[in-house]
Design a protein around this ligand. Sequence first.
Ligand code: SAH
Length: 396
Amino acid sequence: MKRKIALRIANGHPWVYGNEIEKMVGENGKTVESQIDPGTIVDVHYFDNKYAGRGFYNHQSQIAVRIVSRNRDREDINAQFFHNRILKAWQYRQKLGYAENCRLIFGEADYLPGLIIDKFNDYFVIQSLSFGMDLWKNAIVEALQNIFSPKGIYERNDVPVRELEGMKQQKGFLSAPFDTNIIINENGVKFNVDIENGQKTGYFLDQQDNRRAINNIVKDADVLGAFTYTGTFEIHAAHYGAKSVYGIDISEQAVAQANKNAALNGLDSICKFEAMNAFDALKQWDKEEKLYDVVMLDPPAFTKSRESIDKAVIGYKEINLRGMKLIKDGGFLVTSSCTNLVSPELFLHTIESAARDAKKRIRQVTFKAQASDHPIIWGMENTNYLKFLIVEVTNR
Ligand code: SAH
């Protein structure tokens, strides 16, 4: 590695970019790196030759090396290694109180770069997003079989980011086939999860701790939810005693699933979901001067690149401003942002500026990140990605 990145790697960041590797030219005149097969495990050394660790190499990716082990004994990366790492990750989650559902492996934050595994009771959904990790898929599946004896394992590698690594998109069974419409239980509420066709891995586990945080503020409340997906926050609200809950999402499929979930919990007389564009709907209802006790917003990442952060912030401000205007004096706004490109500071600043323009005063009730089964690695800022905020909203 070049000298300049030593500190970043030493501080725990596991990625070495292609332009951070000191070029070595072989006898045939080609660089040594370009002749290493993608996914090969290579040793990584600092500029002074000190050993840094070993990792997956892939010259097709901008991220040339993803470090998997920093163990000084240069441990072997083999099937046993993956078994041990997965077992450790599971013990960590159990210690934190997760039992039925959790993100079992959160990639780099579990020292398994590019690997995502979600556990939905006896079912597992896998994404292997780095070339090296993908080569170990069989060992990973075997480890899951050995540790959990699951009812099913499914691969959701239908994600464009795989192409940046030189891999195809694909999805399908990694175990004997099973019914991919499953039911999970979260905080005492049941949800249908469509493992095969749902968004991402089928369900957003990263908000599972935060969904409990609305418990007290929704009692006897009229609640509006936007960007509801399958209605998780909204059905929690009804479960926690809301008087009425209305939810919207742009996806017809998500809305159908949300209504099904409300019925599954016997809460369909309280919760109604409809397919609508939230930007249009919030604007329209603001004109009509509709009012709610609680408004909940959980939009998708409005940006995936640094270039469009400003545009994303305009989007976040717009929906939060409209959302606040729909809140009765003394009501609450529950609002999130799931992109790491908008920092916690920038997010709070955006909410503050939305409040000012909406002529509202706000008081912070709760400000959190994602659930703790998605650990945050200091030194790797994109592991700190979710912002979850509850504020009390009063008229100026
Ligand atoms: N709150 C959900 C996750 C929401 S993900 C949960 O905890 O499970 C973001 C959702 O926003 C997706 O379901 C997506 O379909 C929806 N969405 C994206 N753009 C939208 C728009 N303009 N209007 C309404 N919904 C939108």
